[in-house]
Structures are given as C-alpha cells and as structure tokens.
Design a protein around this ligand. Structure first.
Ligand SMILES: Cc1cc2nc3c(=O)[nH]c(=O)nc-3n(C[C@H](O)[C@H](O)[C@H](O)COP(=O)(O)OP(=O)(O)OC[C@H]3O[C@@H](n4cnc5c(N)ncnc54)[C@H](O)[C@@H]3O)c2cc1C
Length: 456
C-alpha cells in the first residue's frame, strides 16, 4: 500500500543517498531539474540528483513505496513537457567512460554526454557513432535509436549497443544483453522510455580517426539550385556518404559569426568515411551546382564530429516538430520551398532534412525496437526561441509547411525526431506497429505497476 510522501521520509532518503535530494519548494530544485529547453520547468515532488547506482536504486524504491511515478533526466535535451509530480532522478553526476581497446567497447555512465565519449575514444583511434550534437546525453540518445552524421555508413547508434545495466521498477540491478534478458535488451535498443533507469551502457566503437566532412553554406539566391542538386545527388551516393541540408535563418546578433549573421541560407552537411580524394570527388557535383559562400568541408578528426552540423549547445527556449519522409524528388523541392523558402515567413530558425537509409535501413541480428528504419529522410522544424509562439503559432505554421508536403511524409518515424508530441497517435508513429505493441508488453512485463512514466 502506497504511503504519502512526508518530510520525514524525504529526510531519510536524503540521509541514505550520496547525491542530493530536493523536495518541491527547496532552493536548488530548479537548477537540479533544469532542462536544455528552458521553456520547460519541471516541478516534481522530489528530485534525486543521483551520485551512484545505489542512489538510483533508493530513488526508485522510494517512488514505489509512495506510489508516485519515476522520471529520468540526464541533460534535458529531450524534455518536451513539464514534470509535475513524482520523483525525478537526475544523472548528471554519474559521468565517466572506460574503454577496453581490445574489444572496442566503451562502458558509459548514465549521465555522460557524447563529448566525453568522443574524447575518450579518440585516445585509442576509436569513435562512437554519435548524434549531431556532442552535448546530448549518450544514453538518452541511444535509447531512442540515434541517427547522426555517420548513420548511413554505420547505422543507428543503438545498433552498436552491446549491453545495458538497468535499475528496474522493483529496484533490482539487472543486465540486458543479447544473451541476458534479451527482451529488455531488444526494447532498450530504440524503445526509449518506460523500461528502467540505465546506469551503464556498453557501446562498441568503430576504428576511425578521420572523416572528410564539414558544411557548405549557400546564400539565399543559391538555395534552390543547391537543394535541387542535393535531392538528385543523394540518389547516387554510396553508403559511405551521410548528408543533410538545413534552411537556416541566422538571427542578426553578435553571437553569430559575421559571415552568417542575419542571413537566410542553406547549410549542407557532408561526411564521407574514406580517403579525402574520393570524398572530394563525391562532393564535386554539389560544389559545381552552386557557389558556396562558406566551404568548411575537408579532412577532420572524428573528435571534431560535432562541427559538421554545428548545433546550438546553449540552453534556451525550444520548440520542434519532426517526421520522416518517403523518397524525395524535384516536386518535393518545389512544394517545400514554396512553404518554407525565402518568400515565406514561417517562424522556424531551421528546417533540417537528413538523408538516412544505407546501414540505418538494415535491421540487426536479433532485432531492435528502433523506429523509422524504412523511411530514408528525416525532417525537423526548429522554432524561433520565442515561447509566446509555442502554443499556437508554431503548431499552425508547422501544419502549414506539412500540408504542402503531405505526399512525401512517411507514416513511420523515430522517437528522437518526433519533437513535441501532440497526440497518442503521433507518439505511436515513432515505431512500426509490431514494435510498438511488443514494447508495450515488454514494459508491462518489466514494470507492471507503471512506475516509469512514459508517453503522452
Ligand atoms: C540540439 C539537439 C541535437 C540532437 N541531435 C540528435 C541527433 O543527431 N540524432 C538523434 O537521434 N537525436 C538527436 N537529438 C534528440 C536527442 O537524442 C533526444 O532528445 C535524447 O532523448 C536526448 O537525451 P538526453 O539524455 O540528452 O536528454 P534528457 O532530456 O536528459 O533525456 C531524455 C529522455 O531519455 C531517457 N533517458 C535519459 N537518460 C536515461 C537513463 N539513464 N535511463 C533511462 N532513460 C533515460 C528518458 O526517457 C528521458 O526523458 C537532438 C536533440 C537536441 C536538443
């Protein structure tokens, strides 16, 4: 029988953990629960800033005894709705990476950001298959699948996960690998939430020190030519090329480099795994299609992978909406630019389209819960950082863009690219229906009382 949370119970919890415990109203709770998206302010009953695996176990048991839900947060990059009750476990103190160079396995602690894994791997000539931003949490990202600048060559990051150590709903610490608890292992590779707190992840790294990659920036006048060339070209490139384009409206502020300040541009991102001369040859049709006013593509160490997309890494108010696309063509470019191009006034700081497919389309031996494998492009609209627009204007304007490109929108998507979830149906679209159903039964098996809150 659940008992209400009392200050005495919180005091006992505080005594027994090595990290910190805040109760609603405590000074310090807001900072502990702060998100990358500053428009979201969490206000749970209790926050446990876990320092150790035992702290996580105690926090989960505490929530179970008091009949309240558990939430997990590492960096807050994936926060889309405020948490208003229950226990929030923050993992930002649990960071670290150890690497076994012989097996190429990195063991990554719960709160570790990609930057730390990239740096640790580089010391051994190894690289993790990261996302575009190295300030994102490695575990939260991988639990959703994970598509990054090298995904067409190496697939989803979850495809490289070899094991998880998990605190389950009943406060046990279990392993999930292809051999041990394979149902949980299947679900953690792409199923994202509602399964437990991952306190450690084993990730296989790839032997890779350099890529030929970077960004090309095309001025407003050349957006259409460059984008049309890109859409034809993506159908010709090998799986060793991963690329994306983003229509970016750079604000006229000092923080933006002068060359980009106040401009509306097409930012084309390119990464080739192979030698520079071949990379240069493969990129030539794009370079020939339109003049780039900034060409930053060249040989780069994999430790600089975050510079390919150059995502913003400072917290701020954020709104985004994502989906996946079926094959795109010249008619798509016409329809897309009519709604989102230079002549439109949509309030998006960036609209990004990534080319996936390649290795990301190949299911793994034993399977994974990853959604979106079969749709070859992702599209994400990132709103201007003006919270007053988030409730009505942003959804309306995103609907306006979407309604212009409906024929190209895929029915399936991926949870890391969904952004703000508007409905249960939209949430379910983040997995193929058979995976969604299997995830629901796996969650029930591991968390019959629904301790881990997840989903809309
Ligand atoms: C700037 C930016 C760039 C991005 N780039 C990419 C990209 O290139 N590719 C891509 O696939 N995605 C990308 N994403 C999406 C990102 O992968 C997800 O938002 C991811 O959930 C962030 O994980 P986090 O731990 O940093 O965030 P958090 O908000 O801390 O966590 C998000 C969710 O992950 C789960 N979670 C986190 N840690 C644990 C844990 N230890 N145990 C159990 N559950 C946990 C929880 O459900 C939590 O709600 C990007 C997001 C941003 C904001």
């Amino acid at each position: 029988m659940a008992t209400p949370i009392t200050l005495d119970a919180v005091a006992d919890l505080r005594e027994s953990v090595s990290g910190v415990v805040y109760v609603r109203g405590d000074e310090g709770l807001d900072d502990e629960a702060a998100c990358y998206n500053t428009a979201i302010v969490h206000d749970p009953d209790v926050v446990v800033g876990a320092g150790t695996v035992d702290d996580v176990v105690m926090a989960v048991r505490f929530a179970g005894e008091h009949g309240v839900p558990v939430f997990v947060q590492a960096t807050g990059h994936g926060a889309f709705a405020p948490i208003t009750s229950g226990v929030l476990i923050t993992t930002g103190r649990m960071t670290g990476v150890s690497i076994d160079p012989a097996s190429r396995i990195a063991t990554i602690d719960a709160g570790t950001r990609w930057g730390e894994v990239v740096e640790a791997g580089a010391r051994y000539g190894l690289a993790p298959i990261t996302g575009s931003s190295i300030s994102v949490g490695a575990i939260g990202y991988t639990l959703g699948g994970g598509l990054g600048p090298l995904s067409r060559t190496y697939g989803f990051t979850a495809d490289w996960a070899r094991g998880f150590t998990v605190v389950t709903a009943d406060g046990r610490v279990v392993r999930a690998t292809a051999e041990e608890n394979p149902d949980l292992f299947w679900a953690l590779r792409g199923g994202k939430g509602g399964l437990g707190v991952v306190v450690e992840m084993d990730l296989e790294l790839v032997p890779l020190t350099h890529v030929y990659g970077g960004g090309l920036f095309f001025d407003t006048a050349h957006i259409e030519d460059a984008m049309r060339a890109w859409v034809d070209w993506v159908h010709t490139v090998p799986d060793t090329v991963t690329s994306s384009v983003a229509l970016v409206r750079f604000p006229p502020i000092e923080e933006v480099p002068e060359a980009l300040r106040g401009k509306f541009v097409l930012h084309l991102r390119f990464a080739f795994v192979g030698d520079d001369a071949e990379g240069e040859r493969l990129l030539a049709p794009i370079r020939d299609a339109a003049p780039a006013f900034l060409d930053l593509v060249g040989e780069m160490p994999t430790s600089a992978i975050g510079s390919i997309h150059n995502d913003a890494d400072q917290p701020g108010p954020a709104w985004d909406r994502g989906m996946q696309l079926k094959d795109i063509d010249q008619d798509f470019v016409t329809a897309f630019l009519a709604r989102a191009g230079a002549g439109s006034d949509v309030p998006f700081i960036a609209i990004e389209i990534r080319h996936i497919g390649g290795a990301a389309a190949e299911e793994q031996h034993g399977g994974t819960a990853v959604g979106g494998r079969q749709a070859p492009f992702t599209l994400v609209m990132i709103g201007v950082p003006v919270p007053e627009l988030f409730a009505i204007a942003m959804p309306q304007k995103s609907d306006y863009v979407v309604s212009g490109i409906l024929p190209w929108i895929a029915s399936e998507t991926n949870i890391n690219f969904l952004g703000h979830v508007a409905s249960t149906q939209q949430f379910a679209s983040a997995w193929p229906s058979h995976a969604f159903d299997r995830l629901a039964s796996t969650r029930t098996a591991w968390d019959p009382d629904g301790v881990f809150a997840y989903g809309p």
